[in-house]
Design a protein around this ligand. Structure first.
Ligand SMILES: Cc1cc2nc3c(=O)[nH]c(=O)nc-3n(C[C@H](O)[C@H](O)[C@H](O)COP(=O)(O)OP(=O)(O)OC[C@H]3O[C@@H](n4cnc5c(N)ncnc54)[C@H](O)[C@@H]3O)c2cc1C
Ligand SMILES: *[C@@H]1O[C@H](CO)[C@@H](O)[C@H](O)[C@H]1NC(C)=O
Ligand SMILES: *[C@@H]1O[C@H](CO)[C@@H](O)[C@H](O)[C@H]1NC(C)=O
Ligand SMILES: *[C@@H]1O[C@H](CO)[C@@H](O)[C@H](O)[C@H]1NC(C)=O
Ligand SMILES: *[C@@H]1O[C@H](CO)[C@@H](O)[C@H](O)[C@H]1NC(C)=O
Ligand SMILES: *[C@@H]1O[C@H](CO)[C@@H](O)[C@H](O)[C@H]1NC(C)=O
Length: 503
């Protein structure tokens, strides 16, 4: 990274100055140069990037009452836990993950996640642990699948057709999991990272995954009471006014502002918020999640062109749910090599991955169980009491009938939340690199940033960060045309049935 980034930043600054300085000099404070929709990692970094380039006449509109978006700590069980992003993923490799640098600058308390003993921690339905050698056999099969993928992917062309799902690759190698242990290993290897099953996930864009091949294989769990999102607050403090206690008091950011409509012409943009306010600017930078862009929360006038709508709707917004459960006492194993454990059910993805926090939150007696995709959607729609009952049944399967009842449970609902509609993007089969690039291509004066616009790191905090650092640079340099004739035809046929249609 060392040499690449300064160059990129320099080009970015030059581009931004050339392109935007004539506008800033004529703008008035009531007419910002750029409106930024959303104050997550990408929105804040986009604003900071503009600010660093001398474009300080900006207005950030955020739907919630806080900064950070999908980085969000909440109080639970007497501590703060992370509802959203928790790990710095991709550490100890050739390049330095910029989020790792920021986390260390802020001294964020963190723990390397050690999965090396995972094979000794697979629980049977009905109690007891699987023999670790049986689990290791399944892990080796998965590693063979990944190794085969790494060998063939560089040979494939960059179009959508030269792609298969991870499941297809497994079938080709005759390594399709068929029993509880195999399915648990499969879930742990793929769904635990992408939040979608191998049937859905693109091979060519995830094997190898740039996050791990560029930044390193290690992941570090952030367990700091200030929250992982304090990184975003820290970045915001660089360019927004704060009081002595560090609270942001800058009128260039407004909270509880739900953007519902964006009108755009060759000359400028008009943004409407739910509370009836109107904002005018030269440009708008939309940083809301892909999930939000796939709904009609924000109406664009004129409607976005077909290539843009197709690019947004073809990609996937996955759902990954971190359920925290509090107990009066610890009844699970503790000590080295026990942090992560799995429940190998016949029902794939049923409360599969568990983590205990003796190191991170000593004395809190808190467990984390992770589910995703269909299970996440199912659980979001039932009551927390029902979920707690299911969780207790699974724990009794693993640890026996006599364990103590949970005293509290925390069930995030990212999918139901109209400001997120999921947790992070995942690359499904059949979407070409060109079509992916169209997600970040600007439409007139509307620019896009966010995790889903990162060139190599979609789905991650560092993706959100890096996407926003190269915003104007990328936007103006890339010229992309849709190459998907089949989908163009689908769109033509659908035109009589849908309101999202343009020429
Ligand atoms: C459960 C979960 C676990 C994750 N785990 C990890 C992890 O361990 N490691 C990792 O690297 N990444 C992880 N991620 C992904 C990471 O959190 C995201 O990639 C990143 O935070 C996205 O930042 P963003 O700025 O692109 O989007 P967001 O954080 O979603 O920011 C967009 C902002 O726009 C606002 N908004 C939405 N609609 C409107 C509107 N109409 N008007 C105004 N504002 C609006 C939202 O409130 C939000 O604040 C996880 C995410 C989740 C949810
Ligand atoms: C925004 O565009 C829509 C559709 O063209 C129009 O009905 C609306 O009046 C516009 N609003 C403003 C304030 O221009
Ligand atoms: C646990 O691991 C740490 C670090 O590897 C080591 O220092 C410690 O002695 C181990 N503890 C036990 C009880 O084995
Ligand atoms: C691995 O996990 C098992 C089961 O929890 C545990 O008994 C063992 O001590 C762990 N081994 C190491 C080396 O950490
Ligand atoms: C947990 O401890 C509290 C306080 O001692 C007690 O009131 C409660 O009944 C306990 N709950 C369970 C499920 O054991
Ligand atoms: C769409 O509707 C128009 C007008 O009713 C009709 O002429 C046209 O054939 C329809 N197109 C398709 C693809 O069905």
């Amino acid at each position: 990274m060392g040499r690449v980034v300064p160059l990129l930043v320099l080009s970015l600054v030059l581009f931004s100055l050339v392109l935007l300085s004539p506008i800033t000099s004529t703008a008035t404070p009531t007419h910002p140069s750029v409106i930024i929709v959303g104050a997550g990692m990408s929105g804040i970094m986009a604003a900071k990037t503009l600010s660093d380039a001398g474009i300080t006449n900006i207005q950030i509109l955020e739907a919630t009452d806080r900064i950070g978006g999908r980085m969000h700590k909440v109080p639970f069980a007497g501590i703060n836990v992370e509802l959203g992003a928790n790990w710095v993923e991709g550490v100890n490799g050739n390049e330095v993950n910029p989020i790792w640098t920021l986390a260390n600058d802020l001294n964020l308390r963190n723990f390397r996640s050690d999965y090396t003993n995972i094979s000794a921690n697979f629980y049977k339905h009905g109690g007891g642990l699987y023999d670790s050698s049986a689990v290791e056999e399944e892990i080796e099969k998965t590693e063979k699948v990944e190794a085969a993928g790494e060998e063939i992917v560089p040979e494939l062309a960059e179009n959508g057709r030269d792609d298969i799902s991870i499941l297809t690759l497994q079938r080709l190698l005759d390594h399709v999991p068929t029993d509880p242990v195999g399915m648990a290993v499969d879930y742990y290897t793929f769904d635990y990272e992408f939040a979608e099953p191998p049937r859905v996930t693109s091979m060519r864009n995830t094997i190898p995954l740039p996050t791990f091949s560029n930044f390193g294989e290690d992941v570090y769990f952030v367990a700091d009471q200030r929250g992982y999102g304090s990184i975003v607050e820290h970045l915001a403090g660089h360019f927004l006014k704060t009081d002595e206690s560090g609270n942001i008091i800058d009128s260039r950011i407004s909270f509880n502002k739900v953007v519902r409509e964006i009108n755009y012409t060759d000359n400028g943009v008009t943004v409407f918020t739910e509370d009836g306010e109107t904002y005018e600017a030269d440009y708008v930078m939309v940083s809301v999640s892909l999930g939000v862009l796939q709904t009609h929360l924000i109406r664009f006038n004129p409607v976005l062109p077909n290539w843009k709508i197709l690019a947004l709707y073809q990609f996937d917004m996955a759902v990954y749910t971190k359920i925290f459960i509090k107990f009066n006492e610890t009844f699970w194993p503790t000590g080295n090599g026990t942090e992560f454990f799995l429940y190998a059910s016949e029902r794939r993805g049923y409360y599969p991955i568990w983590q205990q926090f003796e190191k991170q939150y000593p004395g809190a007696n808190v467990l984390l169980v992770t589910v995703s995709d269909e299970e996440s959607r199912r659980i979001e729609q039932q009551s927390d009491e029902e979920t707690k009952a299911e969780v207790m049944d699974v724990l009794r399967e693993m640890f026996g009938k006599d364990i103590s009842e949970a005293t509290d449970i925390l069930v995030p609902r990212w999918w139901s939340d109209r400001f997120f509609k999921g947790t992070f993007s995942n690359w499904p089969i059949g979407v070409s690199k060109n079509e992916y690039n169209e997600i970040r291509k600007p439409v007139g004066r509307i620019h896009f940033t966010g995790e889903h616009t990162s060139e190599h790191y979609n789905g991650y905090v560092h993706g959100a960060y890096l996407a926003a650092r190269v915003l104007f640079f990328i936007s103006f340099v890339y010229t992309i045309e849709s190459d998907n004739i089949v989908l163009k035809e689908i769109f033509r046929l659908l035109c009589n049935h849908t309101c999202v249609c343009s020429s």
